[in-house]
Every structure is written in structure tokens, then in C-alpha cells.
Design a protein around this ligand. Sequence first.
Ligand code: ADP
Ligand code: ZN
Length: 306
Amino acid sequence: MTALFGGIEAGGTKFVCAVGTGPEDIRQQTRFPTTSPDETLNQALDFFHRAIRQHGALAGLGIVSFGPVDPDPASPGFGCITTTPKPGWAYTDFAPRFQQALGVPVGFDTDVNGAALGEASWGAARGLHTFIYLTIGTGIGGGGMVGGHRMHGLIHPEMGHIRIPHDWDEDPFPGSCPFHGDCLEGLASGPAIEKRWGQAAKDLPAEHPAWELEARYLGLALSNFICTLSPQKIILGGGVMEQAQLFPRIRQQIQRLLNDYVSSAMLQDRIDEFVVPPALGNRAGVLGALALAQQSANGDRENRAS
Ligand code: ADP
Ligand code: ZN
């Protein structure tokens, strides 16, 4: 019998939970709003208890979460959310609760490393060893893989909080990040767009100047990431990237900024294949959680509670 896995994509606004083995085999799935930690985590636990009764035991669970989180298995805080400004959620013990309640190996990582793993397993990053997955939504987060390993270091990357040039004459908006003001997230997240223009991002028409400015900020960030990491591909997800007209504009900005210095067809003729949306769409995160569960069950201790 094929081993079954559980996955949780924990977002600041919603949770998605699934049981299955991969994109073609989801046995059961649910989504619900993120409320208090106790209510939300119990709701997720109930889902898995019911799914186990119906479909049989799970061989492992993967959790990919909004952050910041502690993804280091050697740390006492492993598997917990840490300094999030989200009310009530700072220092929530997440993976340990599920490990205790379900008694299976639990893998834990950031939402973006999770989505990156989903894309590496079944999507746009198959066959790649070094790539970036960035979400541009309520916040901006970045993860991915370097040399085939999900990105971790001291903690995990915070690509949304880099500083980029901000021309205050052209864009007097001070930025919306509670920690940094005009970092990338402060200038280019969904809420930043809404505050700057006084209108929800999804209601701004395609020809609105908001999108050229957005593409400029994202182009600056991405060209910095290209120079730092030399990714083989950059995958852009999240609500703001529903604006498909951003893709060609961002590609143009990258080419303008790099000015042919980095010599690869992927940055010239093939740039349409280099900056892409997730092939798994909005399922990348929860599918990545399933892939992480599989890795944990197979004894990969890189991000596993035991
Ligand atoms: P979250 O970041 O909470 O996981 P999303 O990735 O959907 O969720 O991001 C939500 C943000 O994306 C909101 O700030 C919203 O303004 C913005 N957004 C959602 N849909 C669109 C759209 N079609 N066009 C532009 N912005 C959007
Ligand atoms: Zn910031």
C-alpha cells in the first residue's frame, strides 16, 4: 500500500491542509481562515484525525508556515513561529504540537521554501539545483534552493526586507513595513500598493502607473538576487502576481538593470523562461508540504522534528 502523507500550508490569512501523495493524488483537502493559534491548530489537527480514520495512517507530516520561523532542528525553538507581528502568533509552538499529537515525523520550513520544494518536485523548478521562489502578497517572502538544499543559514532568508533605491521625489510613500519602513516589502507588497494609491491592488487597472513602479521595485530586487545567488530561475507567486502584465515589465527591468553584464541566454532571449509564475499555481505551498512530509518520513533530518 502506498504511504500517505499530510501537509499544512500555514498562511497569515488562511490554512490549507491536505492528505495524499502528490498533485495527482490528493485524498482530502480543506482550507479555513487563520484565527487564534489554538483554534486554528486544533482545526488542522481535527482534519488530520478525521482523514486518518477515513484513509489510514500517515507516514509523515510537512508544515510550511508564514514566519519568521525557527527551522533549525538543533535549536530548542525548532518548529515554532518566532517574532511575527501577527497578533497572538509570536512564539507559537507549531511542529512540536503536531509531532506529539500524531506521533509521526514532522518536517517544518518556511512557506516559501515549501512552495519552492513543491515546484522542485512537480513544477517549474524540476531538475534545478539553485533557484528562488518569491511571494508578493500581504508580505514579501523569498526562499528556494541552493545546490539542491532548501535555503537555510543563520535562520532563513528574508528577501522581502532588503533595501532598494527609493526615489522620494517620485514616490513619496514612506513604506509600510513596521520594522523598516521602505524596505522591499514596505514599498511593493499588496498592502503597500493599496496604501500608496488609496485603492485595493486588485482594482487598479492594468495601465495604472502603479504597475510600472511595482515592476521597477521588483526588478531592482530581482537583479540584486541574480547578482548574489546566480539562480537558474526565479518563480514569482502571491496575490499581487495575479497581475500578469507585471511579468513582461519585470523581465524588462531586469534586462535594463543588468545591462548584459551577466552572460546567459536565460537573461537575454530566454528571459520568459527565467522569470515565471509557479507551475503549480496556488497549490505550490501545500504540495511542497506533502513533499516535505515525504522527505521527513524517508529520514531526511534537515528539517524534521523527532
Ligand atoms: P497571503 O499573502 O495572505 O498569503 P496573497 O498571496 O493572496 O495572500 O496576497 C494577498 C495580497 O495580494 C493582498 O494585499 C491583495 O491586495 C493582493 N492581491 C490579491 N489579489 C490580487 C490581484 N488580483 N491583483 C493585485 N493584487 C492582488
Ligand atoms: Zn521590512
